[in-house]
Design a protein around this ligand. Sequence first.
Ligand code: NDP
Ligand code: MG
Length: 383
Amino acid sequence: MRKTVSILGSTGSIGKQALNVITDLSDRFNLFGLAAGANIEVLKEQIIKHKPEVVSVRDEKSVLALKKEFPKLEILFGGDGLEQIAGNRQNNIVLIAVSGTAGLYPTIAAINNNIDVALANKETLVSAGSLVMNLAKEKNINIIPVDSEHSAIYQCISNKDKNFIKKLIITGSGGPFRTKTLKDMQYATVEQALAHPRWSMGSKITIDSATLMNKGLEVIEAHWLFNIDYKDINVVIHPQSIIHSAVEFLDGSVIAQMGIPSMHIPIQYALTYPQRCKGLESETLNLTQVSRLDFEDPDLNKFPCLKLAYQAGQSGQTYPTVLNALNEIAVNEFLNNQIKLTDIPRIVEEGLNKHNSVSATDLNDIITADKWGRGFAQSLIRK
Ligand code: NDP
Ligand code: MG
């Protein structure tokens, strides 16, 4: 059966790779909607090439610019536009690949309309994991992870294995500062922090990878996706990025998923799930060429963000929501050269210490906590 798919965040790193996948598998997919932020030039090219039925952009002024060139196309905007595309029942599956908390509402809209979600946007589960997973369970909707580590774990677990998991092993390359000192990190430029050794990604996640907050967000994401206690989720640094994560079972057996570091593979897996078909990459994993795989523990003194994420996750309630909000503002300010890279964990820690948490099962409480975190980070930076 052909699947109808929409891609939110089509002009980003994941979104562009998803369009490569569905173009390559054009006998399997129809495209329904595309949503972008401000990169109208790339969106225009995508409209011409992929002919979506509807598009959405962040601001109303971009609608006018697009209308001139595509008078017959349905063009939406803002948060409503994202939700309308995600929740349209023509979709069989929606890829949520916008960055940041903007992914939350469209994810909820898709689930409420009984549409499967291919979830790249980890911030959604960090911020509102309990609410989103409960809703998906209630509606019997698949949330299929796109994040490579979670895709790896998803691929390692078959349904009958779920009750026999002992722990999850989440791998990470260690980012550009793995072999550098804390002092190097204090003086790091935006350019140095954006120079990821293995993956080419959007700027927010690349900075998160440099501070290891990305691994912290992934630990929280894994907790919600796989319903595993934080004490049973381990992070291991694996610089070659060949093992994308692993699962240890009660009997001591460990199953890992491997492959070349390419996001085309987990994106395709999420979109074709539960089937597999020929992939886009011509390169295959050659173990003798890789020759060795290294592993080390993360250095929590150099990368306090990972420790803070575990603490926020274990404290539960709205702590992860606030961690995510504080981090999003701090990363943005670092990218704008307003703060140092090492200010990011400082801002996150101060915010977590000041936060009065509440239960995170109600959307209004989550939004309030998210706003509080953003406001707190901004006031700290402007002080
Ligand atoms: P990018 O920054 O490359 O792309 C983000 C996309 O979201 C762009 O299309 C951007 O539009 C769009 N966007 C951002 N805000 C809005 C908004 N308010 N309304 C509509 N569109 C918006 O990010 P990535 O592709 O790297 O990452 C996307 C998500 O996937 C993140 O949550 C990230 O953590 C996750 N992820 C990414 C991985 C990767 O390899 N890149 C790996 C694992 C997870 P525009 O550019 O037009 O402004
Ligand atoms: Mg990842």
